[in-house]
Design a protein around this ligand. Structure first.
Ligand SMILES: *[C@@H]1O[C@H](CO)[C@@H](O)[C@H](O)[C@H]1NC(C)=O
Ligand SMILES: *[C@@H]1O[C@H](CO)[C@@H](O)[C@H](O)[C@H]1NC(C)=O
Ligand SMILES: *[C@@H]1O[C@H](CO)[C@@H](O)[C@H](O)[C@H]1NC(C)=O
Ligand SMILES: *[C@@H]1O[C@H](CO)[C@@H](O)[C@H](O)[C@H]1NC(C)=O
Ligand SMILES: *[C@@H]1O[C@H](CO)[C@@H](O)[C@H](O)[C@H]1NC(C)=O
Length: 547
């Protein structure tokens, strides 16, 4: 791309220690039939192939990824800490493989997880805040336990917008007190968006096979689009939230962020499951077996699908002069060419109401008061005695490293001033209102009225309505902002400028991930937009450098 070249001259000046682009995809080993996939776009299948042939080990893979993290972290600040036991864990998984036991497609592959997701190991689980440093979970979060069972290596913890962006009215996306400001890799000082900021940047740059993020409202989908990757926001309850730092039990969900739909599906497969410790998972229709999300990755995934466009949502976002909307419009013919029927009249009938109603944010706030107290009461150690939102707020306002008052605690102040929580009688009617607006007046009504398999939207406007009802969304890369896009900058972070990636989202009914993955895969394979974009910074270390 034109601006890719434009910015690459900047790179040479600004990022002399980090490499730029253009590694060969694979290099032949001097002997044997070994190939070494370039880690910026290596898939789990390529990595398993090399591991099974003995071309490299999981310990080598850990070494290479750790080197790559160190190459870029001083600029992008995307990883908070590396698991000090990662090499040892890799060695024991290498031994298992040597003995003929591989647990599945993630065996021996490193994965990074957001600092909200509990790990009962030497690492912190602290939402990027100093308040929870030293606080220990009594056991792994269920998703981490499942990843470990599937043979994945938990390589480290990724950076995020502090407290999953539920703190300030005037902070910046991707900032937290422990790791500072996270940046994405496509232009200088690029917003990573949030709150799963470091997870997105790390998946993009090949610092692990894939990463986990969490979403209440946009926190997987938005950072995924800004880092040109695939993000799956699962139905609330498809993946257990046990021992993950919460915002809202009715909305929170944990999902994969990866470079390809298939790798995201593979990670999703490993973390789904019913879990008595998170009873929202018991509502899934999969008590007797979950779908095969990897097998759903078929190039025929769009064939015969009915896909709606909520025109009122798109036109509220922008007209054809908006480059994201025009790229979205231009890709509709690709979806039709892949065998889908486009249904234009799939408006979210209560969308205008949702824009002016404060019910959704109020409901989220009242869940947070109750849910964070529950989480804190379950910690094994809690050195700063943080048991409530009041305690968090007090700590944050008195700890100089938390950058208060320059970054305020507005959302907590507001939440506490309401004097209610999700057990208050006032909560229920509020929640029912949110379900109506997001459900019959939103995604669910649009799907049933027109008998649709999915609706599509620019990812910028995809998250809110599904957040209200806990329904799933997948974002896939679509393009970049063109030359001439005005620069929008705040606190030194660039939110809009030429070269920043954006995505397209597929939204479906609850528990419809299998169908959505099929559609997203077919779209990805047809368009292959991810490989067309250019970064200004990439790590250089490859497997061959550590062998
Ligand atoms: C992987 O990335 C390299 C370097 O950017 C590129 O040349 C190659 O075509 C990519 N391979 C795939 C399978 O996308
Ligand atoms: C990455 O940089 C941040 C900010 O300096 C730092 O807090 C973090 O520990 C670094 N991560 C690693 C793995 O060194
Ligand atoms: C889940 O458990 C909580 C308390 O443990 C209870 O209040 C709630 O009704 C349960 N929800 C469902 C859907 O079973
Ligand atoms: C859907 O929204 C568009 C854009 O706001 C509007 O022009 C159209 O009339 C709406 N369709 C229906 C059936 O309400
Ligand atoms: C929620 O509100 C109830 C009723 O006011 C109160 O008893 C309870 O302590 C509150 N819970 C939290 C976590 O604030």
């Amino acid at each position: 791309m034109v601006f890719g070249r434009h910015f690459s001259s900047l790179i040479a000046l600004l990022y002399t220690s980090a490499g730029v682009l253009g590694h060969p995809a694979c290099e032949k080993a001097p002997a044997g039939d070994c190939t070494y996939p370039s880690l910026i776009n290596a898939t789990s299948e390529q990595l398993q192939d090399g591991l099974n042939k003995g071309c490299f080990t999981s310990a080598d893979l850990v070494k290479a990824y750790v080197e790559r993290i160190h190459e870029v972290n001083s600029t992008l600040h995307m990883v908070l800490e590396i698991n000090p036991d990662a090499i040892q864990i890799a060695q024991s998984l290498d031994k298992e493989r040597k003995n003929g036991n591989t647990r599945g497609p993630l065996h021996g592959l490193p994965i990074l997880v957001k600092d909200l997701i509990g790990t009962n190991d030497k690492m912190e689980t602290a939402a990027g805040s100093h308040a929870l440093v030293g606080a220990k979970v009594p056991e792994d979060s269920t998703v981490v336990a499942k990843l470990r069972e599937s043979g994945a290596i938990i390589l480290g913890k990724t950076s995020l917008s502090e407290w999953a962006n539920f703190r300030s009215s005037d902070s910046s996306d991707g900032w937290n007190a422990r790791g500072g400001q996270t940046y994405a890799a496509y232009i200088q000082n690029q917003t990573p968006s949030g709150s799963s900021s470091g997870s997105a940047v790390s998946a993009d740059l090949g610092l692990a096979l894939a990463t986990l993020g969490t979403e209440t409202y946009g926190s997987i989908l938005w950072p995924s689009e800004k880092s040109n990757i695939v993000g799956i926001k699962p139905t609330t309850g498809l993946t257990s939230r046990h021992m993950a730092i919460p915002i809202s039990e009715r909305q929170d969900t944990i999902g994969p962020m990866a470079r390809t739909v298939k790798d995201a599906a593979m990670v999703l497969q490993a973390i789904v499951g019913q879990d008595p410790k998170d009873n929202y998972t018991l509502a899934s229709p999969f008590a007797t077996g979950f779908p095969d999300y990897v097998a759903a990755c078929k190039s025929s995934g769009l064939q015969g699908r009915r896909i709606g466009i909520p025109r009122n949502v798109v036109s509220h976002y922008g007209g054809k002069d908006n480059p994201v909307v025009s790229a979205f419009e231009a890709t509709i013919s690709e979806i039709e060419a892949a065998g889908a029927t486009i249904v234009e009249d799939a408006n979210f009938t209560a969308y205008e109401e949702s824009i002016y109603s404060q019910m959704h944010s109020k409901m989220t706030a009242l869940d947070f008061i109750s849910n964070i107290a529950d989480y804190l009461s379950g910690l094994k150690t809690n050195p700063n005695n943080i048991y409530s939102l009041n305690d968090i707020r007090h700590f944050t306002q008195h700890e100089p490293l938390e950058d208060y008052p320059d970054r305020d605690t507005f959302l907590w102040d507001l939440t506490l001033s309401v004097g209610l929580n999700n057990t208050s009688p006032e909560y229920w009617p509020m929640y029912q209102e949110v379900l109506r607006v997001g459900g019959d007046g939103g995604i669910l009504g649009a799907l049933t009225r027109q008998n649709l398999d999915a609706v599509i939207l620019p990812t910028a406007v995809a998250p809110e309505i599904p957040a209200m009802v806990g329904s799933p969304v997948i974002t896939v890369p679509l393009g970049v902002l063109p030359e001439g896009t005005p620069e929008l900058k705040d606190r030194g972070v660039v939110y809009s400028a030429p070269g920043i990636p954006f995505g397209i989202s597929f939204l479906g009914a609850k528990w419809s991930e299998e169908q959505l993955i099929g559609m997203a895969y077919a779209f990805e394979q047809r368009t292959l937009k991810r490989d067309q974009l250019r970064r200004i910074i990439e790590p250089n270390t490859e497997l061959r450098d550590v062998l």
